[in-house]
Design a protein around this ligand. Sequence first.
Ligand code: SIN
Length: 280
Amino acid sequence: MGEYRHFEAKPLSGAVGAVLHGIDISHDLADDQIAEIREALLEYLVIFFRDQRMSDERLMTFGRYFGELYLHPNLAKKGPYPEVIHVVKEPEATRVVGAEWHTDTGHVECPPMGAILHALEVPPKGGDTLFSNQYLAYESLSDGLKATLDGMKAVHDDSRVAGPNANKGRSTETRDDEEWTPTANAHPVVRTHPETGRKALYVNVASAHYFEGMTKEESQPLLQYLFKHSTQPEFTCRFTWAPGSVAFWDNRCLKHIAVNDYQGYRRDMRRVQLCGDRPV
Ligand code: SIN
């Protein structure tokens, strides 16, 4: 485990995630602080901060320390900044954003490298987010399956998260207009992280629908196996939010899921995403 000068990193599980204590990210940061936060992100894949009350402007400033902010192609823009997505569930809503295990925005050519989510209002209980380490998911496969997957691509599209009926029961709206058509891109099933050089499994139930060169039917058994394999408890951590909590995750080697278990209560979050590379 890395030793850090600017904060203390307390791991959240044996597999992934750490809470960084002793650093205030709601004010300007120095280059060496930013470099250490990036280091911790690469070590833990998802890092958390507590008690950070950030305006939209501060959230964008924090995001820009790590890259260019990404404009989401589907989710509705609310408020003054199109870069800041309001991830909200009102008490009467029945569905949430991110209710299936996923990496973010996998249907585009260059999915975001990461996301930063800031909690403004949380339910009295529930509304946690789970994260799963996809390096471990890859590394724990047999050599035979690794060799099979290494050259394969999966076709990702946004048909489960946008388009007709996507907004039924949800407070955060996504594109469902008549001009919307699915966007599809093929990505390697195993991607190499551009900063760490490590291999990670890169398929998820929300966007990966079949393997390139195979039918959907042919693809299903292996896809289902990988979906299940990649989210086993040993690869995960669970984060319980409070107002002012922030999560910063690396979308290149991590999956996450929002737990929808707080019916009748409000949850209000702000999210920015960072531009990423084409997976290789
Ligand atoms: C997301 O999938 O980005 C939302 C996660 C959450 O609301 O916990």
